[in-house]
Design a protein around this ligand. Structure first.
Ligand code: FES
Length: 144
C-alpha cells in the first residue's frame, strides 16, 4: 500500500525561521565593524623617527613613510602628536591628510577624525589603527 505524506511547517518552525532571517538582516545592517576609535596603544615596540616638531606645527598634519609603510601624523597641541596608519579600512586606499578636522580617503570619500581616527563619514567600516608616539626634544617618535 502506498502512502502520500506531506510535511507542513509547524507554527514554531515558521516563527523560528523568521527570527533567524531577522537576525541575519540585523547583523548585515551593523556592517560588523567598529567606527569608533580604538584605544591609544602604549609605547611598546620599536621607536622610529617620524618627523620633527619644527616640521609639524600645531594643527599640522604630515604623511610619512617608515620601512615601506605610510603613516599619518596630527599635532593637536604643543605637546601631543597623534599617529595612524594611512591604510583605509574600506578597501585599502591611501588616506590623505584631508582638511582641518578629518583625514580623507580619495577613493570613495571616507573621512576619519584627526583626533582619534574614528570614522566620521563612510563607507569605511572601522576606525584607523592608532600608534603610540613620543616627543624627545625636537624629534617625534612613532612606536611600531
Ligand atoms: S578605499 Fe577608502 S573610502 Fe574606499
Amino acid at each position: 500500500m502506498k502512502q502520500n505524506l506531506t510535511l507542513l511547517p509547524t507554527r514554531r518552525g515558521v516563527l523560528g525561521s523568521s527570527l533567524a532571517a531577522g537576525a541575519v538582516v540585523t547583523l548585515a545592517a551593523c556592517g560588523g565593524g567598529d567606527k569608533s576609535a580604538s584605544a591609544l596603544p602604549s609605547g611598546t615596540g620599536t621607536a622610529y623617527d617620524a618627523t620633527t616638531l619644527s616640521a609639524l606645527p600645531v594643527s599640522g598634519t604630515a604623511s610619512v613613510d617608515i620601512n615601506g609603510h605610510n603613516y599619518l601624523l596630527y599635532r593637536p597641541d604643543e605637546g601631543t602628536v597623534l599617529a595612524y596608519t594611512s591604510v583605509c579600512t574600506h578597501q585599502g586606499c591611501k588616506v590623505g591628510t584631508g582638511d582641518s578636522k578629518n583625514f580623507i580617503c580619495p577613493c570613495h570619500g571616507s573621512e576619519y577624525s584627526k583626533l582619534d581616527g574614528s570614522v566620521t563619514q563612510g563607507p569605511a567600516p572601522k576606525a584607523l589603527t592608532r600608534y603610540a608616539t613620543s616627543i624627545e626634544g625636537d624629534k617625534v617618535k612613532i612606536y611600531l
